[in-house]
Design a binder for this molecule. Structure first.
Ligand SMILES: Nc1ncnc2c1ncn2[C@@H]1O[C@H](COP(=O)(O)OP(=O)(O)O)[C@@H](O)[C@H]1O
Ligand SMILES: [Mg+2]
Length: 233
């Protein structure tokens, strides 16, 4: 059984379907990238998984549990984590407080310790207000917060979009460490080549439909695919 299984997913914001008939699976320990041109429906698909899309048909099952009838908050408790691009930490709280106010966190200190192994830079700043962190550190804190409830799957929508180039590599490195810690990753990325390099498999969306899915290295090796969907580079 796949960790995440999406079957026949269609939906949108109003009457028209923005994404249509999407089938997608994601296994334990996997990183899967969703790529595609601007407006292809990648964020819409992510919203459907998170429970943030107004109108959805089809099936979304996480670890054997159907998510479709669950509200966004309940999906969080079912093991789904999400790092929003903005407003993802509380600026007026310290780093420590940011980690501890996450609801659903049971073994606070133990879990925080485990999570902080991934973010050594934050360990020295536990007592600092999040508003005093650099952009990169804030991003790390947002990831750390998302990892606090021991999610099964982390969903990322363009995690590198707002970052300075120097930090982009760091985010990919961090993401690539998650599966070994028991967290699979479903990631949308504009930097599709870099994302596919750390992914096992990829899906390419075009006008709301999946036009290709396969092994990440094979997508990267296909000149037609890279030219059409991953840009020239
Ligand atoms: N909140 C919204 N309301 C109505 N239409 C939307 C909304 N968000 C996105 N869309 C439309 O859905 C389509 C796909 O958008 P999106 O999923 O954001 O694409 P991508 O993330 O691949 O760039 C676009 O045509 C966009 O205009
Ligand atoms: Mg998007």
């Amino acid at each position: 059984m796949s960790l995440l299984s999406i079957k026949g997913l269609s939906g949108g914001y109003g009457e028209t379907d923005i994404v249509a008939e999407i089938d997608l699976t994601l296994e334990d320990q996997e990183i899967v990238t969703i790529a595609g041109t601007n407006g292809a429906g990648k964020s819409t698909l992510v919203k459907a998984v998170l429970g943030l899309l107004p109108r959805v048909r089809g099936e979304i099952v996480l670890a054997g549990r159907s998510l479709t009838s669950l509200a966004a908050e309940e999906r969080f408790y079912a093991g789904l984590a999400y790092v929003p691009q903005v407003a993802n930490v509380f600026g007026s709280l310290t780093v420590r407080e940011n980690l501890l106010v996450v609801r659903g966190v049971k073994q606070i200190n133990q879990r925080a310790k485990k999570v902080l192994e991934l973010f050594p830079a934050l360990v020295e700043k536990l007592s600092q207000r999040a508003s005093h962190l650099s952009g990169g550190e804030r991003q790390q804190l947002a990831f750390a917060r998302a990892l606090m409830p021991s999610p099964k799957l982390m969903v990322l929508d363009e995690p590198t979009a707002a970052l300075a180039p120097a930090l982009v590599e760091k985010v990919f490195e961090l993401v690539s460490q998650l599966p070994a810690r028991g967290v699979a990753v479903l990631m949308v990325e504009q930097r599709a080549r870099q994302a596919l390099k750390i992914s096992q498999r990829g899906y390419i969306l075009d006008q709301g439909r999946c036009v290709l899915s396969g092994i990440a290295s094979e997508i990267l090796a296909d000149p037609k695919m890279t030219q059409l969907y991953l840009g020239h580079r």
